[in-house]
Design a protein around this ligand. Sequence first.
Ligand code: TRP
Length: 451
Amino acid sequence: MSEKQGFSSSFGAIMAAVGSAVGLGNIWRFPYIMGQYGGGAFLLVYLAFVFLIGMVLMMTEFVMGRRSQHTPPQAFVSLRPDRKGWRFLGYLCVFTCLMIISQYVVISGWTVNYMSDSASGVMATISATGMAEHFQSFVSHPWHPVLFLYIFTLITAVIILGGVQKGIEAVSKVLMPILLLLVIILCVRSVTLPNSSIGLAYLFSPDFSHLSAEGVLAALGQALFSLSVGMGTMIVYGSYIPENDNIFKTSLMITASDTLIAVLAGVAIFPAVFSFGQKPAGGPGLVFQVLPTVFNSMGTVGTIFAVLFFLLLALAALTSAISLLETIVAWLCESSSCGRKAATLIVSSVVLIIGALCALAYGPLDSFHVLGDNLFDFVDKLNSIYLPPICAIGTVIFLGWQMKKEDVIDELSNHGSITTGYFPFYYFLVRFVAPIALLVVLFTGIYNSLQ
Ligand code: TRP
């Protein structure tokens, strides 16, 4: 029975990986940091990083996954059987996924709540000045945020139970085109509003004076986070990629789609924000306070756009959460005697527990601190500063310095059947440029967090 199942087609593989990459990071984080760090100037730097380092990492993970046909710890061991210590890097990748999903489901739950509150008309009754308070009272409620994260996690788990083809692939093939359509509808509405050019100028006009060293680092951090690389997820998806797919082309399409959706999200958001005289804000403030105010100013159609927007966010978050849960479930299946059902049940229960603890950190558990932060902020620090860069550095060093060069070429060229003229450049990026750039990100992140 255990003939390993992968994605059934190249299209399915690309949709699933784009689903993983396109998430909350594209829609609420990218547009904001792009505006903040000099618009078009930031975009140029971001494009360079996303293609030179992010995509290189994605190819690296795909090569490791498809060649080994294993999940992170076992993938490292089977590619370098004489150096079993590398498996600890694999465990760290799985742990990173667990920390990210536990935080991710909290925010996704907020999104689901805002979608239902928009649909039921509750949001429309809240004044611009009451938005912040409304958000605060929701996130600090003793059980509402937990209920919504449970709903979201349950949906994710049901899809994972469906399996790689009938669950992940089938859902991604339907949801990703819908997601693209939703962004386009919102973009059209946004750019046809009065004074939309102010928002477009904020987003795109290149201002190199705002592109600080901090902006450059933010660009690299965002490039990695946005592509979901550096935590083993793409190793697992790599093991599902059809044998004759061209890893270079597949990675290029995924990277380009992810970037396109991030830019479109900016076009959907900022012209509308400026058109209604609001100020751009980042993260939760933008999505849960500024935008609901913008939708309310649109009158009755605002309700429709609000529901569409939160649906967009929830769907983007769902396909990302699927890939995170899949990574952990696939690992548990492989390293124990658990079947997929049992593994999904166990992992989801753990996510529900850690997720609920994170969600309650803004309410009943706000006085519970770990190293000076509440639990949500502590996990956020792990997820943004420490874990992903460490896993990413390990991954590029593994491929660049531990795997045999001929094996890497063999995998990228589908055993010699396609050309890989880019290889020397790719190999140089993996061995030298990526590790150094990632080390800089890691150390500056640590340095700044200690300030
Ligand atoms: N790429 C996702 C986003 O943009 C977030 C993310 C980071 C992620 N790492 C991941 C998703 C690993 C899935 C798997 O929101």
